[in-house]
Design a protein around this ligand. Structure first.
Ligand code: HEC
Ligand code: HEC
Length: 337
């Protein structure tokens, strides 16, 4: 056959096949993937500090216990508002010439998933105390402490970020714990971890539900059959700072047990604090409280359930708040903004 005798024709034909195959098998799919998995418009690139914090996260092996992937199974619903999609990782680049891309998706979930930790726990005070010694804020925590990210000083300077650490966690109660730049970078990284909304029109991936189990879709806003459970809501939204016993942490988070705000017959300040956060006691050395209610989209029913749980727990004996009044009040707060 002439084709096999003429090397130009032979190589030409083979090359043409190669080109056509490459277009269909490599180039078109790559273009398609790039278009579909481009970084989400609602997400932001890491700030310079957060990027440095990412390297601290890698260096300290946090990925050994923490995932950053919300799987599409029902049990992962707590970790994000939707299952993760490939586009969530589109901004992840090679670490440097010598080190490969670190997606930090993780494979082991000894601790909670951190995909959305920036939304779940925005307070730097909390993160710093937790990194210095997790037992300060979570009594039963098995997470290791990272004391090398902190300095112990007798007289911190004005520019030092002092961490509120209860005395029993200090070797010498006369000293103060100061966060190093490394710790601040790491916290900036943790605070930056938030799920970006999917752009309009993109199909929202759903959590898979076991056959026969009750189906709750991510967009369903049906109220649950019985009223919300205040104790459960407190555990999810407030307990990490104010502690299960309501006593908070001296110097960091005020006690709700015996709190004037909680026991006040007028529930308005308490509801405002839950929705919009609080800075009324910053002069006493407390950090600001984040707007937990707004961040977590708490409904008036849920806010009232939390308020009444606080009013009747840990020896508190306050007058219960009414849903209707709180609903009206929260609406007036929103109108003001
Ligand atoms: C040996 C496993 C382990 C390692 C390593 C580890 N953690 Fe944890 N982490 C846990 C566990 C368990 C919890 C849950 C208890 C708690 O909150 O302390 C947790 C909780 C957390 C939380 C709070 C999550 C939430 O939803 O409230 C953050 C933030 C966190 N870890 C960050 C880190 C960072 C940053 C590192 C690395 C410097 C790290 N962890 C290393 C096990 C670990
Ligand atoms: C990230 C930590 C954090 C979380 C989570 C948090 N708080 Fe707070 N809370 C604080 C801090 C810090 C203050 C003091 C703020 C200041 O400086 O004025 C505070 C103050 C308060 C006060 C005022 C207490 C007083 O006597 O002055 C109330 C009431 C309160 N929080 C309720 C709640 C409720 C209810 C939730 C859950 C929906 C919650 N907090 C979640 C950190 C937190």
């Amino acid at each position: 056959m002439q084709l096999f005798d003429d090397h130009k024709k032979l190589f030409g034909t083979a090359f043409l096949f190669f080109l056509i195959l490459s277009i269909f098998v490599v180039i078109l799919p790559a273009l398609d993937i790039q278009r579909n998995n481009a970084p989400l418009p609602g997400g932001r690139a890491l700030s310079e500090d957060a990027e440095k914090g990412r390297l601290v996260f890698i260096a300290n092996g946090c990925v050994a216990c923490h995932t950053q992937q919300v799987r599409s199974t029902e049990m992962d619903r707590t970790w994000g508002s939707r299952p993760s999609v490939a586009a969530d990782y589109a901004r992840v680049r090679r670490t440097d010439l010598w080190r490969n891309t670190a997606t930090l998706m993780g494979t082991e979930r000894t601790g909670p998933d951190l995909t959305n930790i920036g939304a779940r726990q925005p307070a730097d005070n909390w993160h710093l105390a937790h990194l210095f010694n997790p037992r300060i804020v979570v009594k039963e925590s098995i997470m290791p402490a990272y004391p090398w990210m902190f300095e112990i000083k007798k007289t911190p300077s004005n520019s030092d970020k002092v961490v509120s650490v209860p005395e029993e966690f200090l070797e010498d109660p006369q000293t103060k714990v100061v966060a190093t730049q490394e710790a601040l970078y790491l916290v900036a990284y943790l605070q930056s971890l938030k799920q970006a909304p999917l752009p309009d029109g993109r199909p929202l991936p759903q959590f898979l539900v076991a056959p026969g189990a009750s189906i709750k879709t991510a967009t369903s806003d049906e109220p649950p059959a019985k009223g919300p459970d205040g104790a459960q809501l407190y555990a999810t939204n407030c307990q990490s700072c104010h502690q299960p016993n309501g006593e908070g942490l001296k110097g960091a988070f005020p006690s709700l047990k015996g709190s004037k705000v909680v026991l006040d017959d007028n529930p308005e300040l308490q509801a405002t604090i839950i929705m919009n956060g609080y800075t009324g006691r910053v002069s006493e050395g407390y950090g600001p409280m984040p707007p937990v209610g707004v961040n977590n989209n708490l409904t008036p029913e849920e806010v009232t359930a939390i308020m009444n749980y606080e009013r009747t727990s840990w020896g508190n004996n306050g007058k219960k708040a009414e849903v209707a009044a709180i609903e009206k009040f929260i609406q007036s707060l929103k109108d003001k903004q």
